[in-house]
Design a protein. Sequence first.
Lengths: 440, 440
Amino acid sequence: MKRYIFLISVPILLIAGVALRPVPAQTALEDLRVDPERIERRIHELSEFGRNPDGSNGRVAFSDADVQGREYIMSLMRQAGLAVRVDAAGNIIGRREGLDPEGPSIMFGSHIDAVPHGGNYDGDLGVLAAIECAQVLHENGVTTRHPLEVIVFIDEEGGLTGSRAVIGTLTPDALEVVTHSGKTIGEGIRFLGGDPDRLDEARRREGELKAFLELHIEQGGSLESQGIQIGVVEGIVGIEHWKVTIDGMANHAGTTPMDQRHDALLAAARLVIAVNEVVTGRPGRHVGTVGQIRAEPGAPNVIPGRVAMTIELRDLSAETIFSLAADIREEGERIAGESATQISFSHLEGGAVPAPTDPRIRGVIAKAAERLGLSYQHMPSGAGHDAQDMARIAPTGMIFVPSVGGISHSPNEYTRPEDMANGANVLLQTILALDREAEN
Amino acid sequence: MKRYIFLISVPILLIAGVALRPVPAQTALEDLRVDPERIERRIHELSEFGRNPDGSNGRVAFSDADVQGREYIMSLMRQAGLAVRVDAAGNIIGRREGLDPEGPSIMFGSHIDAVPHGGNYDGDLGVLAAIECAQVLHENGVTTRHPLEVIVFIDEEGGLTGSRAVIGTLTPDALEVVTHSGKTIGEGIRFLGGDPDRLDEARRREGELKAFLELHIEQGGSLESQGIQIGVVEGIVGIEHWKVTIDGMANHAGTTPMDQRHDALLAAARLVIAVNEVVTGRPGRHVGTVGQIRAEPGAPNVIPGRVAMTIELRDLSAETIFSLAADIREEGERIAGESATQISFSHLEGGAVPAPTDPRIRGVIAKAAERLGLSYQHMPSGAGHDAQDMARIAPTGMIFVPSVGGISHSPNEYTRPEDMANGANVLLQTILALDREAEN
C-alpha cells in the first residue's frame, strides 16, 4: 500500500515506511477548496432514496431507503479513498490513515436519516461535506498527520442513537424502542449490519479522538436573516421537558353559569401565555415552547375538566433552564389559585444537558472562516446533534450554515449551494488546521 | 269500559256515556300529591337497565338496555291506567281519555335514554314524574276534561330525535346518522318498534295539543346554590357553534428564536381568554365555552403551526349570541394582527334557535309552586330539551328541580327525593290548573 504525502509550504518530511512522491500541480493546503457542484449534485442524488410523492424526505432510520442511501454513501466514501467499515452500532466509518497511524483521529460527519416528511439538508450536508473533504485531500494527494475518520451516525432523529453507542450510553432499554420504521432500535441496528449484542465494540474512549467536527444547517433563521455566512457553534443547548396537568371540573357548557366554572382550558390558556412571558421577559437566547395540548373530554358542549400540555425549555445554561422553570411554576400556582383549578408540573426524563463545544476549536473554526473571507458569528445550537454526545469524549466543534427562511424538518428545508460550499470549506480548513496544530 | 269521574268543589257533571261513581275518601284536586317514595323507588328500578360496572348509566338510545327500560316504563304506564302505544318514530305514548275525548290533549313527559356514562335523573325523572301524575289521577278516580298523554321521546341525547319526529323536522338524512348504539337512527327506530318509512304518522300538528309540559333536573347549580326549590323555565337557550382555525407557522422549538415565531397555540390561548372576557364582560346569563382544541403537529419540540378550536355561545336571545360572536371576532382580528397569525371563524350548522316557553304557562307553573309553598325562580334552560321542539307546535312549559352540585351527564348526577317530589307535585298541579283553565 502506497501513501502519497503532499505538503507544500512546509519542508518535505521523510517518514519511515512512507513512500514520498511529489505531485505535479502543487496547491498550498490553505488554498484547497471543495467542489461546490459535486456537493450539490450529491445532495440531489441522495435525496432520491426515500423521496415521498410530496417531495419530502421519507428516509427514516432503519427503512429500506436508509439502507439504499447508506450504500450510496459508502460508494462515495470508497471513491474518496476511504476504507469503509460498519461498526457494531451500524454507524458507517470511512477511515483515511495519517502519517501517524497510531495517533488520535480527527473525526467528522453527521447523519443521513430523516424525520418523516423531512428535508434533504439536515444531516445530509454534514455527511456529504465530510466525504468531500476526504475526497479533496485524496485527489490532491494530501496525507495528514492524524488519521481522519468520516462517520455517518445511525438514527440521529430517533434520539442520537449512533453517537450514544459511540460514547457508550445506548442502554439495553433503548434498543427496545420502536422507531418510525416499525423496527425496534435493536432490530434496526441488525438490519443495517450492526450487532446490538456487541455494542461495546462501537465505543470510542476519551483520548482516541483528537477532535470531532460536524457541519450542519442552522435549522433556524438567525444566520440568514442577518446575512451571516458561518455560525461558530458555542454549544448545543440543554433541553428539559415538563408535562403539566390542569385539573378543573368538566361540566355542561349550557347549564353551568360562567361564575361557577372550573374551566381547565381557560387556566391552561393563561399558563401558555405565562410560559411565553417568562421566557421573553428575560434577556438571552433561551427558548420555551408549549407544543402539545389536550383538553378532556374535548367536546364543544362540555367545559374542559382536564388539560394536559407540555413545556419545553432550552438554553446553553442548565441553571437558566431551571430558573425559568421555577418562574413558570410560580405563575402556575398563581393561575391555579385564581381559577380554582389544580396545576401540577411533572419533570420528564430524557432531556439533554447543555454541551458546550471546545473553545480552542471554536477559535480554529472562526479563524478558518476569517481566512476564507466569510462573515461569521458565535451562536448556540437550539437543536440537538450527535456533536453533543461526542463533546463528552472529544474536543468538539460545530459549524452552521444558513437555512433559508429558517425552515427545517420540512420538504421546504433549503440551503443555497454557495452556503453549503462555504461550510464545507470551513470544515476542510478546520481539519487541516487542527491536524497541523500539534506541530506548532 | 268504565270511566270514573271525581270532581269535588265543582258540581257533579253528568256526561252522556260516562258512568259516575263517588269515591269514598274525597280529596280536593289541589290537595292531590304524588308519592315521593314511589318516584324514588322507580328511579332506582329504572337505573338497573343498562347500568355500567362503574355505576354510570349506559342506557344509550337504541341499545338492548333502552328496550328493556322502555318495557319497564310501559308496564308502569299500564299500572297507571294509561293506554299505551308506540308511534311511528318509536316514541311511547300513554293516553288517558278526558271528558272531551275530541279536545286537545295536555301532553307531558321526557326521555329515558342517556349519554354514555350518564346519570339516572336526566330525563328519567321527567318520565317517572309524568307517569306518577297519571297514576295519582288514576288512583283518585279523577278524570280531566282534556285527554292526557304521557310521552317518552326516543333518543333525546342524540339530538332530540323523538320530538323532531313529532314536529315533523326529522329529515331522511338524520335517519342515516350512526348513534352510540352502533345503529343508525333509522335502524334504531325500527328496533324500538317504530317505522321510519311512516314517520309522518308520528307527527302532531299545531292545535292538537293544549299544552306540553316537561319536568327536568336543572343540570346546573343555580337552584341548589341559591337554595331555591323550583325553576320556572323562561325558555331553552339558542346555541351557536363556530370552528376557529388559527394558522401560524410550525417550526423547530429549539432553533427558532422567540421573536421569529408565529406560534398558533400562543394566539389560540389569547383567543380562549378573549372568549371568556367578552362573555363575562357583559351582564346577562349567556355562556360561552371553548370545549375542544387541537394543536398541530402536536409534538413537544415543534412550535404549533395550526390550532383548531370550537366556540359555543348560548343565550335566550339570538341577537345577544350573534353580538357576542361579533365582539369575539373583533378580538380575534386584533390577536391575529399582534401575533402574525391568521384566525378564521367558520359558523357551523346544527345550532338551535332560542325557544321561549309560553308566558301564560309560566304563570300557571309559578302559581302552582306558590300554592305548594315552594320557592321558585324564573330562569333559562342552558341545555337543550325536547320541550324546545314542542314549543314550536304547542304552548310549552318546563319545570326544573335542583341538581346537587350542578353535576349532570355523569354517574354523580343526583337530585334529592324531596326535590323530585316537589317537581312532580308542581307538574301535577300545573296539569290540573291548565285542565280547568278553559272553564274559567
